[in-house]
Design a protein around this ligand. Structure first.
Ligand SMILES: [Fe+2]
Length: 176
């Protein structure tokens, strides 16, 4: 199994929680033996395990216009596990994702818009959802693009939390 990058690297990027590293390492190990058809289930199991065990109040809002990104695990081949902490009114740009992405709204209220690209590669709104209870979305898209599962998320409660699993660095996601 490939090793994680050094803890120093992770700490320089953001918070790193040793307590949950074991779940992420188990997940990475299980991925190797999992057929693509079963990957969603494996990701959802990891996300739900983190949701049930993590103490969300350990993660604080950023205090600026951006939600806080808190790494629980990051593998040098790309996979990453994060907890995001949101404040009311914080909103993402319209953006895409790597091959596989999963996000689990675990607390708070969110407005979620999902887009598809038209023939001119412009995002067109396809769905608009109000999230007020625990909801998980897991999507397997195309490899070698960061324009999968295009969405925009806005937090509508005073505070909100979501747990994310990505097959690659989500910050490389295409912005529109
Ligand atoms: Fe996203």
């Amino acid at each position: 199994m490939d090793s994680l990058p050094s803890k120093d690297v992770l700490e320089n990027e953001n918070n790193f929680c040793d307590d949950y590293e074991i779940y992420f390492l188990e997940f990475i190990k299980e991925l190797e033996a999992t057929k693509e058809a079963d990957i969603k289930k494996l990701i959802n199991t990891l996300s739900e395990k983190i949701a049930s065990e993590v103490n969300l109040s350990d993660f604080k809002p950023s205090g600026n216009e951006n939600y806080s990104r808190n790494y629980l695990g990051k593998h040098h081949l790309g996979w990453e596990l994060l907890v995001m902490c949101w404040s009311k009114g914080q909103v993402t740009p319209i953006h895409g994702h790597p091959h596989i992405c999963s996000y689990n709204f675990t607390q708070g209220e969110f407005h979620l818009e999902i887009f598809e690209l038209d023939d001119n590669s412009e995002p067109v709104l396809k769905d608009s959802l109000e999230i007020s209870e625990k909801t998980i979305f897991t999507d397997i898209g195309l490899k070698d693009t960061f324009a999968n599962h295009i969405h925009r998320i806005e937090c509508r409660s005073e505070i909100g939390y979501s747990i994310h699993v990505y097959s690659d660095d989500a910050q490389k996601g295409t912005k529109f």
